[in-house]
Write a protein that binds this ligand. Structure first.
Ligand SMILES: CC(=O)N[C@H]1[C@@H](OP(=O)(O)OP(=O)(O)OC[C@H]2O[C@@H](n3ccc(=O)[nH]c3=O)[C@H](O)[C@@H]2O)O[C@H](CO)[C@@H](O)[C@@H]1O
Ligand SMILES: C=C(OP(=O)(O)O)C(=O)O
Length: 433
């Protein structure tokens, strides 16, 4: 999609979702893996089960911009990356026009440090969720020996790294990309690095598996205490990306909202963490059948209200908080939601209010008064998950719901309209020049 096009989703409510949906590969695993692939000085990396999302397209543009050769075989959901030519320090720049369009751009910094000795970050994007800092990343790079300077005027950050070496690192809170970035900074730094208070997300573990296959020496993934022994070089390998637990959670909640019955191919119930138990309390039935997750909500029963607090894995995922708020508008009674990770995720409440929902917001806490008979209207996707949550609301609303800008949904959900249409939803994705 070019920058000039406007994408919108049009949804007509009233149909239960039934059938089979293919859960995409994980956005939050593929982005660090594209960054990690740039660490390999020889050979070609092959990534499989790649989600066809805008963030992946931006990541590949960025990889080309810094000097890698990339191919995205969309029909095969496969990426091939050749990073053997990286090395020109002049190209060690993450320009705002690409990097500011997605959060994952920050995951390129370790590769630029190792391969080019420096990195200039002219912008980092991601969903507009209030304050989102990167201080743990930069402080960690500095503890490994990098020099980090800020150009406040232009809002640029310069990282220079002649001699990275192992060190003792910690995170104030278990940052997801922070953990991945510090691991990638440490894998090629001589000596031992310890990372305390590391993130436990399944994607972090998938990234550790990928790096280990490349030749990295990493222990303690999933324990919160990670040890990395620096190695001299990493090799390009092949890896199949884990399935996207947020995509799975969104489809499960859509089945629940509409009173449907779906089979989610590739979804893993364990990866839902606390969200699984919350949805079960609301009246959603899950059955894991090997690699397929079966989700059912009896349309003859009402949804029960819920209390949820977002927290790092295995807590209730903040990325699932928005669709949960939309689902809670349908529950019989008062739901309480506390968003403890981001201070700006509740823009959704105003949009749901336009559809008839009754939600009281106080800072990062919200009370949802259900049940509401939602009405379709034009609503704004302020961020990726707000977009997905509004599509969920549209699936049960009376009349037509129009969700824009669709680009934000396309940042993270692959072929959203066609996968939902395959389950019986009335949804179209429109592009206007
Ligand atoms: C590309 C990617 O993987 N994105 C995910 C990643 O984002 P991301 O890795 O950016 O999220 P973090 O875990 O780093 O952020 C969590 C909280 O920590 C704060 N913080 C973070 C880093 C830092 O250096 N200083 C600091 O103060 C942030 O402002 C935020 O309030 O994890 C989030 C939390 O699970 C998810 O919502 C995002 O989908
Ligand atoms: C917050 C999200 O993504 P990002 O970190 O890429 O902005 C998300 O996936 O909901």
């Amino acid at each position: 999609m070019s920058m000039g096009q406007e994408v919108r989703y049009r949804v007509r409510g009233g149909r239960p979702l039934n059938g089979t949906a293919f859960i995409q590969g994980a956005k939050n695993a593929v982005l660090p893996m594209i960054g990690a692939a740039l660490l390999a000085a020889k050979g070609r990396t092959v990534l499989r089960n790649v989600p066809i999302i805008e963030d992946v397209r931006r990541a590949l543009e960025l990889a080309e911009h810094v000097g890698a050769r990339v191919e995205f075989h969309e029909a095969e959901r496969t990426i091939v990356i050749d990073a053997s030519q990286l090395g020109d320090p002049e190209r060690a720049v993450l320009p705002a026009h690409i990097a500011a369009r997605f959060r994952g751009s920050v995951l390129f910094v370790p590769a630029l440090m190792h391969r080019m000795g420096q990195a200039r970050i002219e912008g980092v994007g991601g969903c507009n969720l209030g304050s989102r800092n990167l201080d743990f990343h930069y402080r960690g790079f500095a503890r490994l020996g990098a020099e980090v300077t800020e150009d406040d005027e232009r809002n640029h950050i310069q990282v220079t790294s002649r001699n990275l070496r192992g060190g003792h690192l910690y995170l104030d809170t278990p940052s997801h990309t922070g953990t991945e970035n510090l691991i990638m900074a440490a894998v090629l730094a001589p000596g031992t690095t310890v990372i305390e208070h590391a993130a436990l997300e399944p994607e972090v573990i998938d990234v550790i598996e990928f790096l280990t296959r490349m030749g990295a020496r990493i222990r303690g993934g999933g324990t919160g205490f990670i040890t990395v022994e620096g190695v001299e070089e990493l090799t390009a390998v092949e890896h199949t990306i884990m399935s996207d637990r947020i995509d799975a959670g969104v489809f499960a909640m859509m089945a629940a909202a509409t009173g449907g019955e779906v089979s989610l191919v590739g979804a893993n119930l364990e990866h839902l963490g606390v969200a699984r138990w919350k949805l079960e309390q609301m009246g959603v039935e899950f059955a894991q059948q090997g690699a397929v997750l079966h989700v059912h909500r009896d349309p003859g029963t009402t949804l029960r209200p819920i209390n949820a607090v977002t927290s790092p894995y295995p807590g209730f995922a903040t990325d699932l908080q928005s669709p949960l708020m939309a689902l809670a508008t349908l529950a019989e009674g008062e739901s309480y939601i506390h968003e403890a990770i981001y201070d700006g995720r509740f823009a959704l409440a105003d949009e749901l209010t336009k559809m008839g929902a009754k939600i009281e917001v106080d800072g990062t806490r919200a009370i949802v008064h259900g049940p509401t008979a939602l009405r379709g209207t034009e609503v704004v996707a302020h961020d990726l998950r707000t977009g997905a949550a509004l599509v969920l609301a549209g699936l049960v609303a009376d009349g037509e719901t129009c969700v824009a800008p669709g680009y934000l949904v396309d940042r993270g959900h692959s072929q959203f309209a066609s996968r939902l249409a395959a389950l019986g939803a009335k949804i179209t994705r429109e592009e206007r020049a």
